[in-house]
Structures are given as structure tokens and as C-alpha cells.
Design a protein around this ligand. Structure first.
Ligand code: SAH
Length: 359
């Protein structure tokens, strides 16, 4: 969100190209824009007065014209099992959540994944997801998406993977998603290789195609399919809220993956709903010809949800069926559940506490 008191543009949402343009308009040489970008995204310096290789005059006009703030961290809870939930407050008072996930605990070089939100709430409202329970408020700005990464890094995390799997449907906020990917993958900044950025979608075929085109298939793609049977899938994601399984898989097949990369197919397993041998066989048949891996996510419960995860043996049987059909299949380890930081457990909060002159 733009800072309503000054309407300064949020600096974290600007690409390096935008910053080059911005400084040129201020009368400086374009390479100064690269320097500002490096300060913010490579060095984590969000205070223009500390950007000490810039002329003082430029530092001042940058501070006048742009808002360098990252979303404010209002809470951090650690689960004790290598996940940490970060609550952030946005300029208009809404609160969103990001989750830090350490891939190997106790190792200093541990890979750190940040799971970021892309919307305040969600329009899709999958039956088992807490994020859509309260409906949809608004899209996040690029500065707020990139700002989640900046905020986590300010607190010392060395992030080497960002997954767009937090609150919201990333492909319903396409423009800001693309912009965030451009910023995070820019070699002069956070410099995450595009394959270290993973977009998870409930299935928006046209937007999947555009994502593939915009980044040449190099950005990781995960599709939340849940079931290959159209009726079953509709019972899970809600009829009419997302494309049918065939269309989603068609768009996934058309995704221009580099050699050796795979699309991830996500299946949240719900006891007695989509966990049968028949559902697994349908899935294996539907996935034919798609270079993919399957990620099984036993349902993460939360209060008020009238669904349960399947038992362990059911999950193993499901996995076995897909594995033997030739699809590498993993069961996502459940982490962060105690602090409601697992898949589908994130929620937004707060309200528009501040007055806006422009609404
Ligand atoms: N909207 C996007 C990204 C956010 S959800 C999407 O649908 O992919 C990230 C993953 O968590 C999705 O696969 C989603 O289906 C899954 N999920 C939602 N609720 C869940 C729950 N209660 N338990 C386990 N996974 C859940």
C-alpha cells in the first residue's frame, strides 16, 4: 500500500529498471538506480541516508520521493520443529503471515525457505483452507510481497528459496506476482535463481501459460490439484472457483519447463474424501505425460474444520500407487502445526485501522 500520509511510492516494489528511471528523473545517472537496488536487496539497507556511495543530494531526494519501509514485524513464533511464523502489519492495518522453514535443523548452512502471502484473504475458499474463511480483502502490492522477504532478512534469515504458498491465490494477483519475481530474481539483488521461486496455484490455466511465457518456464510451478475427478475436485475447491482438473493439467503440460525440472502436483489428502485407491488410480491416469512429482499433504486440521487427515497406512498406500505408476511421490512432513503455520493454516487479521483520505 502507498503510504497514505505522503503518497510516496514504496521502494521495495520497484524493479531495478524502475529505479534507474526514478533516479534519472531526479537528475542523477541511471547507474545510481542500480546502486539503490543493490543497497536494498543485496545489502538489506532500507535507509537511503545510509547508502553511502550515493551523492548526499540524491539520498535526500530519494527519501522525499520514495517510501523505503518494509512491513512491520509484529510477532514471531517459533514452532520448535524448524518453522517460524512471522506476522506482519501492513500500512493499512491488515496483518498477514509468512513462514520461515529450515530444511535441516541445527545446521548453520541450512537451506531456508520463506513461504509468502500474496493477498489479504482469498477468493477461492478451498474447503479445508483457513486463509479463505474470512473472505477476500485485497491484493498485496509487490512492495508487500517483496517486503515479506526483506522483513525476514532484516531479522537475520538467509533465505535461499521463496514459495508463493502463503495466504491467497498468487495467480489472482498476477501483475504483482510477476513484478515480485522480477525483483527477487534480479542478479543484483536477492538474486534467487527463478527455479528457487515456486508459485503454487489452485489452477488458473491462462495465468499459468502467461507465467510460463514471462519467465521462460524457469519459475517453479506447483498445482494444487487434489483430485483428478472433476466432481471430487469441485467438492474440494468449490464449484466454479477454479478450473477443472483437465484444463489445469493441460496448462501444466504446456508449461515450458527446462530439461530435468518437474511441475509439482499437490494433493491435500482428506480422510474418506480423496484418499481412496480409486482416487490415486485416477490421478495416476490423469498425470500421464506430465513431467511431475507429486506432493501429498495429509490435511492439517484447525479448529472448526470438519475434516480429518487419513491414517498413515492410507497415505502410504496412496503414495505407493503413484510411485509405482512412475511419479516420484513425497509426503510432506507436517511442521509448524502447533503454531498454525502449516499449509492451509495461515490467516489474515487486523483491519483497516487507519483512516484513508482516498477511499
Ligand atoms: N492458493 C494457492 C497457494 C496457497 S495454499 C494454492 O491453492 O496452491 C498452499 C497449499 O496448501 C495448497 O496446496 C493448498 O491446497 C494447501 N492447503 C490448504 N489448506 C490445507 C490444509 N488444511 N491442510 C493441508 N494443506 C492445505
Amino acid at each position: 500500500m502507498r503510504d497514505p500520509s505522503t503518497s510516496r511510492e514504496p521502494a521495495l516494489g520497484l524493479t531495478r529498471e524502475d529505479l534507474r528511471l526514478h533516479v534519472s528523473r531526479l537528475g542523477a545517472q541511471a547507474f545510481r538506480g542500480d546502486q539503490v537496488f543493490r543497497w536494498m536487496h543485496a545489502s538489506g539497507v532500507l535507509d537511503p541516508s545510509a547508502m553511502n556511495n550515493l551523492p548526499r543530494e540524491l539520498r535526500e531526494s530519494l527519501a522525499d520521493g520514495l517510501d523505503f519501509a518494509a512491513p512491520r514485524v509484529v510477532d514471531r513464533v517459533s514452532s520448535g520443529d524448524g518453522t517460524e511464523k512471522i506476522s506482519l502489519e501492513l500500512a493499512d492495518g491488515y496483518r498477514i503471515e509468512s513462514v520461515l522453514i529450515l530444511s535441516s535443523e541445527g545446521d548453520e548452512q541450512a537451506a531456508v525457505t520463506l513461504c509468502v502471502s500474496t493477498q489479504v484473504g482469498c477468493r477461492v475458499r478451498c474447503r479445508f483452507c483457513r486463509s479463505g474463511l474470512e473472505g477476500f480483502r485485497r491484493n498485496l502490492e509487490a512492495s508487500e510481497i517483496v517486503g515479506q522477504v526483506a522483513a525476514a532478512r532484516l531479522d537475520g534469515a538467509r533465505i535461499n528459496r521463496v514459495v508463493f504458498m502463503g495466504i491467497g491465490e498468487p495467480l489472482d494477483n498476477e501483475e504483482m506476482l510477476h513484478r515480485s519475481i522480477r525483483i527477487l530474481s534480479d542478479g543484483e539483488g536477492v538474486a534467487l535463481a527463478p527455479r528457487r521461486l515456486v508459485v503454487s496455484t489452485v489452477g488458473r490455466p491462462e495465468a499459468m501459460i502467461r507465467l510460463g511465457e514471462a519467465f521462460g518456464g524457469r519459475v517453479g510451478l506447483a498445482v494444487s490439484l487434489h483430485a483428478a475427478d472433476p466432481g471430487l475436485r469441485a467438492r474440494i475447491v468449490g464449484a466454479g472457483r477454479a478450473a477443472g482438473p483437465a484444463e489445469v493439467l493441460e496448462a501444466a503440460r504446456a508449461y515450458p519447463l527446462p530439461p530435468r525440472e518437474r511441475v509439482t502436483v499437490e494433493v491435500v489428502l482428506v480422510r474418506g474424501l480423496n484418499d481412496s485407491a480409486l482416487a490415486a488410480a485416477d490421478l495416476a491416469a490423469a498425470l500421464k505425460g506430465l513431467r511431475c512429482r507429486v506432493n501429498l499433504i495429509p490435511l492439517n486440521p484447525f479448529e472448526g474444520l470438519d475434516m480429518e487427515p487419513p491414517g498413515r497406512q492410507t497415505v502410504q498406500a496412496f503414495q505407493g500407487l503413484l510411485d509405482s505408476a512412475g511419479f516420484p511421490t513425497f509426503v510432506r512432513r507436517r511442521r509448524g502445526a502447533r503454531i498454525l503455520a502449516s499449509c492451509g493454516q495461515l490467516a489474515f487479521g487486523g483491519s483497516r485501522t487507519k483512516e484513508f483520505r482516498d477511499d
